[in-house]
Design a protein around this ligand. Structure first.
Ligand SMILES: [Zn+2]
Length: 109
């Protein structure tokens, strides 16, 4: 008789107590979480420009919106309009604006 069999002989048959049960839904939720997480990381350095006023996002707007996904909304400090972040990024690519992710170089006198 094996040592563990001897143990279970007294305690009864283990009922899924040793290996925690993970449901398919929990695995799916975890996969979705990490997929969104890496998507947020991959877009964080793209520049953001308001599709309404065509101005680059202010540093505070950029820090609010940089980790948002394309289908999430972002409010513009300059014109007061709210647009989807996907349009902000598209505008940023089209206008070629500098991203606020890099530290702004101080103006030289
Ligand atoms: Zn705007």
């Amino acid at each position: 008789m094996h040592a563990t069999e001897h143990l279970f002989h007294f305690r009864g048959k283990p009922k899924g107590a040793i290996v925690p049960k993970i449901t398919a839904g929990e695995i799916e939720d975890t996969v979705i979480f990490f997929r969104k997480y890496f998507r947020r990381l991959s877009v964080r350095n793209l520049s953001l420009c308001c599709p309404h006023c065509k101005e680059a996002a202010t540093p505070s707007t950029f820090s609010t919106g940089r980790y948002r996904l394309a289908d999430e909304e972002l409010f513009c400090d300059r014109c007061g309009e709210t647009s989807l972040v996907g349009y902000w990024r598209l505008e940023g690519v089209q206008l070629g604006q500098q991203s606020y992710a890099e530290p702004l170089t101080p103006a030289r006198a």
